[in-house]
Design a protein around this ligand. Structure first.
Ligand SMILES: Nc1ncnc2c1ncn2[C@@H]1O[C@H](COP(=O)(O)OP(=O)(O)O)[C@@H](O)[C@H]1O
Ligand SMILES: N[C@@H](CCC(=O)OP(=O)(O)O)C(=O)O
Length: 369
């Protein structure tokens, strides 16, 4: 068992019956598998969907034809029921659970991010299984992560996990959605998530699912770039978690790419830019090739309104995004400094606008959020 800390994401389809109702049997099977890993010393964080499905059943709503407030009400009712079910079965295994309900706001704010990390560490130390879900009841589009696949990869970054397992109703990524093309073949290993691969990942497979393979691939991309291994596998396969941890062939295995330091992973994937700084070719070279800081001298223009400490997009004059970083100056100060630079060139060198440690250079196609 190589991986010490793992995030297991379980989709709604893996926790519900065909008609969309919460399945005690399936939940119990997941709990039993996680408990076995815990006994082997593996630290497990569970990201579980299923709240909306569980609440629909209790509110007498039909999946697929509900309003947003009805869905949020379903999540409010269902989250309690979901945790209750987990609590019941984990307790039978001598373990307890702790619930974390998050929105994107919690992950993009550095202080909250650190608080989440500390809470997770404490729960794990106390041998409690953290169970994470999106706080669907309060989340509106602007503050939503939107799907639990992406959420699980962001949680894996917070937790500094080295493996992310997404359990779903299919045994991996296929060359095409097998519902559409029965001749589709399973892909066993992925060493690079290319745009071609992204094209074959389609939408959800059931009335209760959210993003299908599309969001699983987004999550995989975030995780592998943050240095993690990722496996997409079927929750229906017995002992699947143990198999994966033993390094046996299972599901689709994604291999890690260059490991971004944790803070840079946070910058790249958890934060949203509040404005944009456009830089010239010389500055681009300095950032991309020499990993330097962004100085005032290389800035062509600034757009958006932001305060000092905000996250901004850094792009070239053609609008191509080069990276993201935390700015040391507000947009109004930057405009002032740019004006001043026009008549006093001595000023420009001393102003470091984005420090190299607070900047991440994105690889092609990496702007996934
Ligand atoms: N290329 C693909 N390979 C495998 N499954 C795919 C592909 N494209 C789309 N899918 C669909 O993705 C579904 C799994 O995603 P989803 O329904 O969101 O499940 P979950 O609730 O577990 O997140 C599968 O049932 C399958 O129909
Ligand atoms: N937060 C939602 C699940 C959202 C989601 O991504 O669902 P799924 O595609 O089944 O993993 C819930 O608990 O119902």
């Amino acid at each position: 068992m190589r991986n010490k800390r793992i995030v297991v994401k379980v989709g709604s389809s893996s926790l519900t019956e065909q008609n969309g109702t919460l399945s005690e049997k399936k939940t119990e099977a997941i709990v039993r598998q996680i408990s076995q890993l815990r006994q082997l010393g593996i630290e497990v964080i569970l990201v579980s969907s299923g709240a909306v499905a569980a609440g629909m059943e209790r509110l007498g709503l039909t999946p697929g034809c509900v309003t947003i407030p009805e869905k949020q009400a379903a999540a409010a009712v269902g989250q309690g029921a979901l945790i209750d079910t987990y609590q019941k079965y984990f307790q039978q295994q001598g373990m307890s659970v702790g619930q974390l309900l998050l929105t994107r706001l919690d992950l993009e704010d550095r202080k909250r991010f650190i608080h989440i990390r500390n809470t997770l560490e404490t729960l794990i130390k106390k041998e409690v299984i953290p169970i994470v879900n999106e706080n669907d009841t309060v989340a509106v589009d602007e503050i939503r992560v939107g799907d639990n696949d992406t959420l699980s990869s962001l949680v894996a970054i917070v937790a500094e996990a080295n493996l992310l397992i997404m359990l779903t109703d299919i045994d991996g990524l296929y060359t095409e959605d097998p519902r559409k093309d029965p001749r589709a073949k399973k892909i066993d290993e992925v060493h690079a998530i290319t745009p071609e691969l992204e094209k074959i990942a389609g939408d959800r497979g059931s009335i209760v699912g959210t993003g299908g393979m599309r969001t699983k691939l987004i999550a995989a991309k975030i995780a592998v770039r943050s240095g993690m291994e990722v496996v997409i596998a079927s929750s229906n396969e017995p002992e699947i978690l143990r198999k994966i941890l033993q390094g046996k062939k299972a599901g689709t295995h994604f291999f890690p790419q260059s490991r971004l330091p944790s803070k840079k992973s946070w910058l790249a994937f958890s934060t949203r830019a509040e404005g944009k700084i456009i830089i010239d070719q010389g500055a681009k070279e300095a950032l991309v090739r020499r990993h330097g800081s962004l100085l005032l001298g290389g800035i062509i223009d600034v757009s958006g309104t932001f305060l000092e400490g905000a996250i901004v997009e850094i792009s070239d004059p053609f609008g191509y995004m080069i990276g993201k970083g935390m700015t040391s100056f507000s947009s109004s100060d930057l405009h002032l400094l740019l004006e001043r630079r026009a008549w006093d060139s001595g000023h420009e060198k001393i102003h470091e606008v984005v420090h190299r440690d607070m900047m991440v250079i994105m690889e092609e196609e990496e702007n996934v959020l």
